[in-house]
Ligand binder design. Structure first.
Ligand SMILES: Cc1ncc(COP(=O)(O)O)c(C=O)c1O
Length: 485
């Protein structure tokens, strides 16, 4: 697949990326500069009538419930760092990273080697039956990385939602209180407790209530929606007066940067105020770092930007470079609240995933990925601002985030600033046709979030941004031609 044209004008005709099988040998299209020697991609592209994207889509539709949505109508064949090939041999640059799981890229060599070495020893004993060292080593590492001087302990589980559920259990056991306060537009998972905390109905909460009691919600400070930090704090005080008796609240949970909710960072003064409110009422502060952690924002944990030390941190996703593992890190006295047997799960802290996580963390350290994340963030911000002004004047309303956790928001016009989910969808669809995987976010689905591996080379970032620009031009041209009809 040849690189897209570097320049595209708003009037350019939309180009469609051929979905026909190509003779692109996976190993023939590699990144120019890599963080270190990357293992060769071995997977062959074997095409027959049963393994096309269309054939697999038909099988998927028959076998998988429609509630499991996929953003791209293509099936993965293999992937390396920030590139992915589908079963028809089409190459894509991956700016979605499996929903922020691949800060160290697809198949980071260190992660793969560590997982393989662990697989050769044992893959499962259940930590609750026969414990193993990689669990302890990972807990030690996370305890050392988390902010704050107090001694810490870590529980390992398998998914982000499970980490959030356990953080709530631990907070309730420690405080002896039931209440949890979460924020509008926050996302904490799809299990029933975490859905209760998730602040977005469609599609997550639709038709599946009732949700557990004693969960309260407060407004997130969002300048875009006209909610200042003072407004948000006032609303919290009102909540204490009207619904949530502060002495009955165990925890306040907040994402340091709203993930699904649109990549809005928590203003520092808000985080500081939350810390003070929690201290005043004996409430625990939980920073949900599942999407924002592990170099995405230029620090290990996004809360570090504010200088605030939370009592508990939930983490998952990029912690293990593609392996399913999650954790709750917290003050040792809080983490020890539950009796033996109260925490855990058959697969929790799987040894292969622990080995992968230790390797992913080493990669972040040894390749300077925290600084690289900040540099990528700065560079992309400038380039999006320039692109928006040239290609889609008065349509790219906001470029926001922290470090390389960036989103661009589209509107119908700057005067009304009406969210434009239609343009956003078109950009994403055209980008996919041209070979770039993007994902939307935000309460109105009108932002595109960037979750590109931090290990992506400059050449791949340039190529991805050129495709983004061409896709934006395609989307604008398509919109104009539809309006002219
Ligand atoms: C901030 C946050 N919390 C919790 C979750 C739930 O994680 P999981 O999908 O692994 O259950 C997510 C997932 O996107 C998330 O972004």
């Amino acid at each position: 697949m040849s690189a897209p044209k570097k320049t595209a004008r708003a009037t350019a005709r939309p180009k469609t990326r051929s979905t026909k099988a190509k003779a692109v040998k996976p190993s023939a299209a590699k990144t120019d500069t890599k963080p270190e020697a990357v293992t060769e991609v071995a997977a062959p592209v074997t095409l027959d009538a049963t393994s096309t994207n269309a054939a697999l889509l038909a099988r998927r539709e028959a076998a998988v419930p429609r509630g499991v949505a996929s953003a791209a109508p293509v099936f993965a064949s293999h992937a390396e760092n920030a590139e992915l090939w589908d079963v028809e041999g089409n190459r894509y640059i991956d700016f979605a990273g499996g929903i922020a799981v691949l800060n160290t890229g697809h198949r980071h060599p260190r992660v793969i080697a560590a997982a393989k070495a662990q697989e050769d020893r044992y893959t499962h004993t259940s930590f609750q039956v026969v414990p193993y060292e990689p669990y302890v080593a990972l807990a030690e590492k996370l305890n050392a990385l988390a902010p704050g001087d107090a001694p810490k302990k870590t529980l390992l589980v398998t998914t982000g939602a499970e980490a959030v559920e356990n953080a709530v259990k631990i907070a309730r056991a420690h405080t002896g209180r039931p209440g949890v306060i979460a924020f509008n537009a926050g996302y904490h998972g799809r299990t029933l407790l975490t859905l209760g905390m998730t602040g977005k109905v469609n599609p997550y909460k639709k038709d599946v209530g009732p949700f557990p009691s004693d969960i309260f919600r407060a407004p997130f400070p969002d300048a875009r929606a006209g909610i200042t930090v003072a407004d948000a704090l006032q609303a919290l005080e009102t909540l204490f007066l009207t619904d949530a008796q502060p002495e009955r609240v165990a925890a306040i949970i907040i994402e340091p940067v709203l993930g699904e909710g649109g990549y809005h960072p928590v203003p520092t003064e808000m985080f500081q105020a939350l810390r003070a409110i929690c201290d005043k009422h004996g409430i625990l502060l939980i920073s949900d770092e599942i999407q924002a952690g592990f170099a995405r924002t230029g620090t290990w944990f996004a809360v570090e930007h504010s200088g605030v030390v939370p009592d508990l941190i939930t983490c998952a996703k990029s912690m293990a470079g593609g392996y399913p593992i999650a954790g709750v890190i917290g003050r040792a006295d809080v983490m020890d609240a539950m009796d033996p047997g109260g925490l855990g799960g058959t697969y929790g802290g799987n040894p292969v995933a622990c080995a992968a996580a230790l390797a992913a963390i080493e990669a972040i350290e040894s390749e300077g990925l925290l600084a690289r994340s900040s540099a990528i963030g700065e560079s992309l911000r400038t380039r999006f601002a320039d692109m928006g002004a040239r290609v889609a004047p008065f349509r790219m309303w906001d470029i926001r985030g922290l470090g390389a956790m960036l989103a661009v928001e589209f509107v119908t016009d700057f005067d009304s600033a009406t969210p434009d989910a239609g343009l956003t969808k078109r950009v994403i669809a055209h980008a996919l046709k041209r070979g770039l995987i993007l994902l939307a976010c935000g309460m109105h689905g009108n932002a595109v979030r960037i979750m590109v591996p931090i290990t992506a080379s400059d050449a791949i970032l340039d190529e991805g941004m050129a495709i983004f620009e061409a896709a934006l031009a395609d989307a604008m041209a398509e919109e104009m031609s539809l309006a002219a009809e």
